[in-house]
Design a protein around this ligand. Sequence first.
Ligand SMILES: Nc1ncnc2c1ncn2[C@@H]1O[C@H](COP(=O)(O)OP(=O)(O)OP(=O)(O)O)[C@@H](O)[C@H]1O
Ligand SMILES: [Mg+2]
Length: 378
Amino acid sequence: MLKNSFVPEKVPFTSIANIAKDAIIILDDEGRIVYWNPMASRIFGYKKSEILGKEAHLVLSPPQYHSAYQQGYPKFSAEGRGKVIGRTLELEAIRKNGEVFPIELTLSLLHVGERHFALGIVRDITRRKKAEEELEKYRQKLEELVEERTRKLRETNKRLRVEIKIRRQIEQELKQSLKEKEVLLQEIHHRVKNNFQLVCSLLNLQAFHTSSEEARRALQEGQARIRSMALIHEMLYQSFYQGEVNFAQYIKNLVSHLQQMESVANKDIQIKIKVEDIYLDLKKAIPCGLIVNEIIINAFKHAFPDRDRGEINIEMRAKDHQVYLQISDDGVGVPLEIDVFQSKTLGLRLIHDLVQQLRGEIRMERHQGTAYFISFKK
Ligand SMILES: Nc1ncnc2c1ncn2[C@@H]1O[C@H](COP(=O)(O)OP(=O)(O)OP(=O)(O)O)[C@@H](O)[C@H]1O
Ligand SMILES: [Mg+2]
């Protein structure tokens, strides 16, 4: 046997009940209070001396429980059974000062000889209930907030949808208007080209009627200059409108026109074209077109005076938005006495002025023939 071993049966019930944090109340088979611990006094407000012998349900429970009690208690006291025995219930109770408060009640049965006693353990759950109520309030508030937010979001969503619809409409209208403008621009390029062509025809007619060879040539060259511009407008109105000219294609078209000129028709001049697909807008394409026109006509006219054959090279490439154009011939070269970019003659002046208009740079070499190096920003 162990010395000082603990024997629970020897611990008096009252010493535990005295320190319990719940009210411990014992009722006899008639429902009268026969035991009342200190916590019961603290919870209900009755001293032990004033409560012992009182009918518990009359003193401690609110009227709404009375009829259930009156039905259940006789059965309990007679048979020692009852629906609520062994269960924990949440009910309400009354304090001495009349305050109704929530409790948790656990009822169990005590057999003492032939008699049945009811042991009730009562816990004041006012605080817990308050906390629960508070929590419920917060929950409700939160729900309201969520609902409010959802409502606002729904409204915003609706507004946004309307806005998107309006924007789509505007976008549609803008697209339509842009399309109309593009058509209009194409129409304008078409007319400009037609007018240029008309001027060309007039110059042609005039050249036909003039007897001076010099005047006839001048008129022909004037025609070529105008055609080089007309070609840009022609390319701008043809095909899908982009506002830009594929300059590689333009050079090929221009060269094929120039080759039909009377002055070169009976010479074997090879023209080699090595150009990348570079797209230029009207502002750049017109001066650049005129420059190419001028340089090629000069080569046709002056580079091969006593020869039937010759070669002209045209190269163009672009890098970092900078365009590099190089046109050379293997002819006699511009005479050294001509100060190329100070020249008062129209062709060279035009070339010089047009390069300035492009805000570009030009350099000329005359080793074996003539070579122009031009660069400008796209
Ligand atoms: N590729 C070339 N090869 C040899 N000489 C050239 C070449 N280009 C120009 N020249 C010389 O430079 C001169 C000036 O050329 P420029 O184009 O200014 O006048 P043009 O061709 O005589 O007349 P236009 O004003 O009708 O062009 C020419 O007369 C010619 O002697
Ligand atoms: Mg010239």
